[in-house]
Design a protein around this ligand. Structure first.
Ligand code: 4NP
Length: 162
């Protein structure tokens, strides 16, 4: 049995977008009977929400689609760059922050924009917009965007193109 593919989803606070992405990806791989082939986690570039559960708005919008999200917020660490195969940034700020804290140039190449894996995305529009200060639609949009990206990510991992 080969090692699981280890994926870390990263946003700013680790209470909205990245726990949603982690939960959506877990939901997809469980549906596909592939859960044992993946190790999934999420983290934030910031430290403000360490130890907190996901934002209740994220939890409610995910639950309405039958997707469970959970865990406690944590900050990304340099050890994550060794451990994970891919580190998936929710937006361009997260991407730049992650690249700047990567311990080596080689480990920096593990950092990708999550929406790069959405076959319908375009290179000039790869952000998952931060829903924190907006209305409820933003939380639904996050789920739509991360779901399309996670399905593409699964296809890429299965076809070993990443
Ligand atoms: P996230 O959303 O990065 O998707 O978890 C945010 C959560 C909290 C804050 C910003 C974004 N904040 O400024 O506290």
């Amino acid at each position: 049995m080969s090692e699981p593919t280890k994926l870390l989803f990263v946003c700013l606070g680790n209470i909205c977008r990245s726990p949603t992405a982690e939960g959506v990806m877990r939901h997809i791989v469980e549906q596909e009977g592939l859960a044992d082939r993946f190790e999934l986690d999420s983290a934030g570039t910031g430290s403000w929400h360490i130890g907190e559960a996901p934002d209740p708005r994220s939890t409610a919008h995910a639950e309405a689609r039958g997707i469970a999200i959970g865990g406690k917020a944590r900050q990304v660490s340099s050890a994550d760059f060794d451990h994970y195969d891919l580190i998936l940034a929710a937006d361009e700020f997260n991407f730049r922050d992650l690249r700047s804290i990567a311990p080596t140039d080689e480990l920096e190449t593990k950092v990708k924009m999550l929406r790069e894996f959405d076959p319908m995305s375009t290179p000039d529009d790869l952000d998952v917009p931060d829903p924190y200060y907006g209305g409820p639609n933003g939380f639904d949009d996050v789920i739509d965007l991360v779901e399309a990206a996670c399905r593409g990510l699964l296809d890429s991992v299965l076809s070993e193109t990443v």
